[in-house]
Design a binder for this molecule. Structure first.
Ligand code: FAD
Length: 557
């Protein structure tokens, strides 16, 4: 056992192996090659491999890909299908109506349907060929600051081999200090390090709150003779049932290769009814007769969940600080009207790379120099797309007729609508107390529907996400006050964590003798979706990275 902490020095360290950071690392190496610069660049990913934590729809606008890797086809970019046409349906409890008018932002013809997991593995290979040192299985656990306590100088990866009592075990390996001239944070929606930086450096000051939707998704193997053989479109979107128009969100089904499809349902975390169960909402969507007909005869082969950042333009933080830049989903890069984040996340990474090259040439890594990145952002098509959607999620969060009026006026005024800079409410503040009587519940779901094949329960879903965590380690999910859970939260909201977590991490058990509620925590079921860190009404839950290499093992999502 060695307790000595290693330290390694790089020019640039990327934290996270998603599309944003991989595109950023590739662009950086391309520019370095053009300028004959020799760079030492590292990228860490908390998943066991690049792609094992990547989950997304995903219909990708190929704009950023074509700019980054123009010969992507010759390089065998893994594309599941090209969108031939779009279908949009409004669902009632048992009916489905094709929406005759599909907003232009949702016209996806010629966009690519991808598995994000496969796509980022491919990007990872290209980054590696260009000389990026890729370290999967390493979680950035702590931000390193210089003597002034404000300049970011790298990250410390998590220790490995800590026992449940917090003491090092015989196989203990201390985390490594990865020092860098510039650290790029691309942790995706609700980055845990970004949250820490925000508290210290106030990067969200004057911005709208970060808001999110949780998406639960599966890949289903379908019979050879299936819906897509005769359908008009192969990217299908749904609104309405089961969440109605009062909560943002909706469903999707996209065609994949080899007689597979991906199906998912996103629910806006601004929902007010504490009885909403996100997993059962997804099941109800799948059981809707119209949807059930599309997936009939199928078998779920992979499952998972993840939050997506939905605040958009007015939620984008300060993008550069001394020694660090923020890109992708963790910096709210999401084109909301088109329901897409991959291409804008990639482009934000590419723009950051241009700014970093300039900083390396100047030998200056302070905020002022790195502000070339937000300047390039302002001049790019990413800004135009985000700006068009600047009030979109706010309008989606409205109910009934006002939602239609706000969205309609934004549609004809390039996003301005009736009110510009419409306010957003933090997701942790929206639940309404039950006041003793549970509201009309969304969790009146009949579990008899589970057949273990096409309709699977939460634990089977966790199993099919291939999630693994070593059991004998301290919980990576920190519940600050467990007493609050079984008193105030239980009485006021009936423990919403048991319903917003799609992984069965949280359960309430009643004591056999006293019937007093007790919280049972199973962090090993955690899908790393981060919903709990966002939606808990008391901010009583903090999600942290477990040991690197743990969590889901996605290969198809
Ligand atoms: C259900 C769903 C459907 C979606 N559908 C679409 C779609 O159809 N089209 C579209 O364009 N977009 C879609 N999106 C959005 C899209 O997935 C995101 O915008 C995009 O993945 C953001 O890329 P990113 O690189 O910023 O973050 P991510 O893709 O989240 O990648 C971040 C990576 O960083 C790693 N990481 C995080 N923290 C650390 C740490 N501390 N240390 C080390 N590694 C870390 C994570 O494990 C992850 O691999 C969807 C999202 C969801 C959830």
């Amino acid at each position: 056992m060695s307790n000595e902490r290693e330290s390694m020095e790089f020019d640039v360290v990327f934290v996270g192996g998603g599309p944003a950071n991989l595109a950023g690392a590739i662009r950086l190496m391309q520019l370095a090659k053009e300028k004959n610069m020799n760079l030492e660049v590292a990228l860490i990913e908390k998943g066991a491999e690049i792609g094992s934590h990547a989950l997304s729809g995903a219909v990708m606008n190929p704009l950023a890909l074509k700019e980054l890797i123009p010969d992507y086809a010759e390089k065998d970019c893994p594309i599941e299908a090209t969108v031939r046409d779009d279908e949009l349906y409004f669902l009632t409890r048992s009916g489905a109506t094709a929406v005759p008018f599909i907003p232009r932002q949702l016209h996806n013809k010629d966009n690519f349907i991808i598995s994000l997991s496969r796509f980022v593995r491919w990007l990872g290979g290209i980054a590696e060929e260009l000389g990026v040192y890729i370290f999967p299985g390493f979680a950035g656990k702590e931000v390193l600051y210089g003597d002034d306590q404000r300049t970011i100088i790298g990250v410390r990866t998590g220790d490995k081999g800590i026992g449940p009592d917090g003491e090092p075990k015989s196989n203990f390996e201390p985390g490594i200090d990865l020092q860098a001239k510039v650290t790029v944070f691309g942790e995706g929606a609700r980055g845990s390090l970004l949250k820490e930086i925000a508290a210290k450096l106030d990067i969200f000051s004057g911005k709208m709150p970060q808001v999110f939707e949780t998406g639960i998704e599966e890949v289903i193997q379908i019979p050879e003779k299936n819906y897509f053989a005769t359908s008009k479109g192969n990217d299908i979107h749904f609104m309405g049932y089961p969440i109605g128009l009062g909560v943002p969100g909706g469903g999707f089904i996209y065609e994949m290769k080899d007689n597979r499809l991906t199906i998912g349902f996103l629910t806006g975390l601004c929902y007010r009814n504490p009885m909403i169960d996100l997993y059962e909402t997804f099941m109800k969507f799948k059981l809707h007769p119209f949807v059930a007909d599309i997936i009939k005869g199928g078998k779920v082969i992979e499952a998972g969940a993840r939050v997506v950042s939905t605040g958009g333009y007015y939620s984008v933080p300060k993008l550069a600080v001394d020694g660090g830049v923020f890109i992708g989903g963790s910096a709210a890069m999401q084109y909301m009207p088109g329901l897409k984040g991959i291409h804008v996340s990639m482009k934000s990474g590419m723009l950051a790379a241009e700014a970093i090259i300039e900083a390396l040439e100047k030998g200056s890594f302070n905020q002022e120099t790195l502000e070339t990145y937000p300047r390039l952002f302002d001049e790019s098509w990413v800004k135009d797309e985000l700006y068009e959607g600047r009030n979109f999620y706010q309008a989606l969060s409205k109910t009934n007729l006002s939602k239609i009026i706000f969205l309609g006026t934004q549609y004809v005024t390039k996003g301005r609508g009736l009110i510009d800079r419409m306010p957003l409410e933090e997701d942790c503040k929206t639940l309404e107390p039950l006041n003793g009587t549970p509201k009309e519940t969304q969790s009146n779901f009949d579990t008899k529907a589970y057949d273990g094949v096409l309709y699977i329960d939460k634990l089977t879903s966790v199993y099919l996400s291939k999630t693994k965590h070593r059991e004998d380690q301290p919980s990576h999910i920190i519940v600050h006050d467990t007493n609050l859970c079984v008193t105030e939260c239980y009485n006021t909201y009936q423990s919403p964590c048991t319903r917003f977590c799609p992984g069965k991490v949280y359960e309430i058990e009643l004591d056999e003798k006293t019937s007093a509620p007790q919280l049972k925590l199973s962090p090993s079921n955690c899908l790393h979706c981060k919903t709990c860190d966002i939606k808990d009404p008391y901010n009583n839950i903090t999600w942290t990275c477990p040991e690197g290499g743990e969590g889901p093992g996605y290969t198809l999502l």
